[in-house]
Design a protein around this ligand. Structure first.
Ligand SMILES: NC(=O)c1ccc[n+]([C@@H]2O[C@H](COP(=O)([O-])OP(=O)(O)OC[C@H]3O[C@@H](n4cnc5c(N)ncnc54)[C@H](O)[C@@H]3O)[C@@H](O)[C@H]2O)c1
Length: 250
């Protein structure tokens, strides 16, 4: 599996699954462009890549819920690397406010970042991919999309991820004839900052209920993402790949 001379935009790669994906792709030769609201963390990821793989990285402070910021960062990425063949829509926030208490502003913020942010990124990269008739997009959804949330994320989080699932399938259909594959992964609990508050007996009970008896590592999510970005996945599109250790099967 090689990504030599390919450029991958990864949103939310200042830490967690995004950082693991950036490191994994850079190890296989890809140029990396990181869009993240946390510029300091993104620069740390870039340093790790440069120190370990000597690979070129572009870091841009971007709030993905702001379309002009996304468009500008995509333009700058293309200017720097000359192509955009790969996009990972990974950045997201979790929200734990119960549905009965959530305000419209809070609801809207989750959808703006988790769903519309991915919409902006896809819209911005597609012209480059269509021109070259080459592209792979992976959206990071969640098991929450299939079960309605409830574990960490509430309804707003689950709805945003269910939207991402439909966005994946719809764009996959429309783009298949242009040589562009669009897929998603649906992770369950993964050991990152996002679930740092999920502790104590509730976490223990949850882990006991997992067929594999443990949560996932960010690298295990990155492996699935990198496979879907690779030529090995050339005939896969519109797929929502469960990466959940057997927790939920459909
Ligand atoms: N960790 C889990 O258990 C789990 C489970 C299922 C799905 N997921 C999904 O995996 C993806 C990565 O999650 P993670 O666990 O690594 O989370 P994380 O919280 O560690 O990382 C999220 C990243 O997104 C960035 N980000 C947040 N808001 C942003 C914005 N408006 N603009 C740009 N960047 C922004 C953050 O700075 C951070 O780098 C997310 O889509 C998440 O919903 C995670």
């Amino acid at each position: 599996m090689s990504f030599k001379n390919e450029c991958a935009i990864i949103t939310g790669a200042s830490r967690g699954i995004g950082r693991a994906t950036a490191l994994g792709l850079a190890a296989k030769g890809s140029y990396i462009s990181i869009f993240d609201i946390n510029e300091q963390g993104a620069r740390q990821t870039a340093s790790l890549i440069e120190d370990n793989f000597g690979q070129k990285v572009f870091v841009k402070k971007v709030d993905i819920s702001k379309q002009e910021q996304v468009n500008q960062a995509v333009r700058e990425t293309e200017e720097k690397f000359g192509n955009i063949h790969l996009l990972v829509n990974n950045a997201a926030i979790v929200n734990t406010t119960p549905f009965s208490e959530i305000s419209l502003d809070e609801w809207q913020k989750v959808l703006d970042i988790n769903l519309t942010g991915a919409f902006y990124c896809i819209k911005a990269v597609l012209p480059y991919m269509i021109k070259e008739r080459k592209g792979k997009i992976v959206n990071v959804a969640s098991i929450a999309a299939k079960v309605g949330g409830g574990l960490f994320g509430n309804v707003s989080y689950a709805v945003s991820k269910a939207g991402l699932v439909c966005l994946t399938k719809g764009v996959a259909k429309e783009m298949a004839s242009y040589g562009i594959n669009v897929n998603a992964i649906a992770p369950s609990a993964t050991d990152t900052e996002m679930i740092k508050d999920f502790t104590g007996p509730k976490r223990e009970a949850f882990i006991q209920s997992l067929p594999m008896g443990r949560v996932a590592s960010p690298e295990e999510m990155a492996s699935a993402i990198i496979f879907l970005l690779s030529d090995e996945a050339s005939y896969i599109t519109g797929e929502i790949m469960d990466v959940n250790g057997g927790l939920y099967m459909d």
